[in-house]
Design a protein around this ligand. Sequence first.
Ligand SMILES: O=C(O)CCC(=O)C(=O)O
Ligand SMILES: [Fe+2]
Length: 310
Amino acid sequence: MSEKKIIPIPVYNDVSFELFNKIHSRRSPAILRGLNIGSCLGKWTAEYLSQIVGNKPVKIHVSETGQMNFLTKNFQYKTLPFDQLIKRSSSNQHEDYFLTNTEVYYLRALGTDSRGREVANMENHYPELCQDFQIPQFLEASSIFSSVLRVASKGVQLWTHYDVMDNLLVQVTGKKRAVLYSPEDIPYLYLEGDKSQVVDIDSPNLERFPEFIKATAHECIMEPGDILFIPALWFHNMTSLDFSVAVNVFWRNLSPEVYDKKDPYGNKDPLPASKALEMVESALKHLSLLPDEYQRFYKRRIVSRVQKNL
Ligand SMILES: O=C(O)CCC(=O)C(=O)O
Ligand SMILES: [Fe+2]
């Protein structure tokens, strides 16, 4: 059996603006270590966060098991007061629970409008936390799209997905394992939309996903204070090794007009790409009017046409 391919994500200490620009233009992931992220480092304990933010309601994912599975939907959406979420996500057993007393929790902060269509923004939605937190002054303010607070119980593993914006993920409290795959690995990831169907990346079902063995994992363990640069389109799978608090900042690397205006999460494909994907769906629908033999022939023609341009 072939060995799983793993490349460690490079770690850079005390990165300057010039070096950041180099790393950014290389379009591959990197850990930035030792930068000043503010007093949050060490300060954002469960007790402090509950006390400062209080009991405002937040929408969360709740799951019986750490490995969240978007295919079997083994999680539910619930609402909890923020301080309750912190209390429960920082402990392994709960007096009050939705599903089971060992359930795990995940918060991906959203805007506060009722339909959840607002972009997450730390300054607007968690102003009380902002004085503790800063990201290095590497980004053009006008290119910043969102800043997202993320809280997870120990053991929460978020499925492999890509986002369409560049991302600096700042790990504040707890350790996190990050496994990234290059956009070149698409053929091995069995995508369904923006997510990989291979949920268990450590013991994948190779009968169902035989090509997954060819994917190269770029891995690192993030320590509190580490910042992970996740370039747009890089797939990522994140596991919280402790009670975990992080903030990530998405920013635009392309000109603003190519992004979908109705995208609260920063994960809708750029407009020209989503148009192209729609047209592929429409092409397949057209071909379905033909007998199998002809369908296969014309699908191969399309693939070979696209391959010529790769
Ligand atoms: O670390 C996490 O909780 C998920 C990170 C993620 O998916 C992101 O920052 O885009
Ligand atoms: Fe993401």
